[in-house]
Ligand binder design. Structure first.
Ligand code: AMP
Ligand code: MG
Length: 333
């Protein structure tokens, strides 16, 4: 099939809504990353998402809504705290895992009794959800395992010929996927870190960081968030995450230098090696990281040494993605 890329307009939003109502898959912009959207209430439509991505079927999808009242139609036993957090952080990068109602098919929730819901902060996508009149299941719009797409061209690279339409809303402002939380006694547990940080949530309740945020899922323990089991966010090049100060990072990379070797650095430049800079600021690092991993592949790089971000604020989200991109190959100097 031909894959159209259209800028947001009355026409393209109408077309997206129509295709979604007909059970097709459409890529839509959000503030986090591009989503591969389909009718969350239709098994056939959601099946098409899994097929296009090559995603394992036990990895649940996040359901995107345009009004907080939709949460009650999809979920039950909603804790009071969920309303407080929705009021504060929606539209925005917060996904809440809640008990699901029966109208959500098993395929959408990966067979779980719970479902993740979120209201994205993108006016065009909110418009599409309202016009379509249905909640949209939407994982990141990349091939399973690859870095998430933060520009329409990334979606096109992965999905051309597989979906009819990509709505091109420009670069994603946040650049990493939403914060995923579940509710525990007196507070929340962060299953996946994102732009709504532990620090921000702790103004409202107790905040725990799930063990799998910083650790590898092993076969003995069943993670609450099935997505953490899989290799993720990885370009074709081999990624090495290096935790070191500037001096030791530079020395290490120069020692391992080569024609198809590059570094993702925090400084402005690094003499003597192919480099891309993602800066020193956590928000900037989040906004740039996935695009740089894809760029390194396009440039034919075979090895990428990344100067590890910190683990606080939004840097925790970047760190969480990079340990997985590196297959937990972390070099500590
Ligand atoms: P993606 O669709 O790529 O943004 O990934 C969605 C993430 O949210 C995955 O890591 C899922 O495991 C997680 N997730 C979605 N729904 C649930 C749920 N019901 N319970 C726990 N984690 C979930
Ligand atoms: Mg994803």
């Amino acid at each position: 099939m031909e894959t159209l890329i259209m800028k947001p307009s009355d026409n393209s939003i109408e077309l997206a809504a129509k295709l979604l109502r007909q059970g097709e898959v459409v890529a839509v912009p959000t503030e986090t990353v591009y989503g591969l959207a389909a009718n969350a209430l239709s098994t056939d439509a959601v099946n098409k998402i899994y097929k296009a991505k090559g995603r394992p079927s036990d990895n649940p999808l996040i359901v995107h809504i345009a009004e907080a009242s939709m949460m009650e139609k999809l979920c039950c036993d909603i804790p009071k705290l969920a309303y407080v957090l929705a009021e504060k952080f929606w539209p925005g990068s917060l996904t809440m895992v809640l008990n699901k109602r029966k109208l959500i098919p098993d395929i959408t929730s990966g067979g779980l009794d719970t479902v993740g819901v979120r209201m994205p902060d993108n006016e065009h996508t909110l418009d599409i959800i309202k016009k379509a009149g249905i909640p949209l299941a939407a994982p990141s719009a990349n091939l399973s395992g690859m870095p998430s797409p933060t520009a329409a061209v990334h979606v096109f690279d992965d999905m051309k010929g597989k979906i009819p339409l990509i709505i091109d809303g420009g670069r994603c402002r946040v650049g990493v996927e939403s914060t995923v939380i579940s509710f525990i006694e007196n507070g929340v547990s962060i299953l996946r870190p994102g732009a709504v940080t532990a620090e921000m949530l702790s103004d409202f309740c107790d905040v725990k960081i799930d063990d799998f945020v910083l650790n590898q899922a092993n076969s003995g323990v069943k993670p609450i968030s099935p997505g953490v089991k899989y290799k993720h966010y990885s370009p074709n090049a081999k990624v090495f995450l290096v935790e070191a100060d500037d001096f030791h990072f530079k020395n290490y990379v120069l020692k391992h230098n080569g024609e198809k070797v590059c570094a993702i650095i925090k400084q402005e430049n690094l003499d003597g090696i192919n480099f891309y800079s993602y800066g020193d600021d956590d928000k900037q690092q989040a906004a740039k990281i996935f695009a740089l991993l894809r760029l390194a592949d396009k440039d034919g790089m075979e090895k990428i040494y990344i100067h590890a971000p910190k683990k606080d604020g939004m840097a925790l989200a970047v760190y969480n993605r990079l340990i997985r991109a590196a297959g937990f190959d972390i070099i500590k100097l």
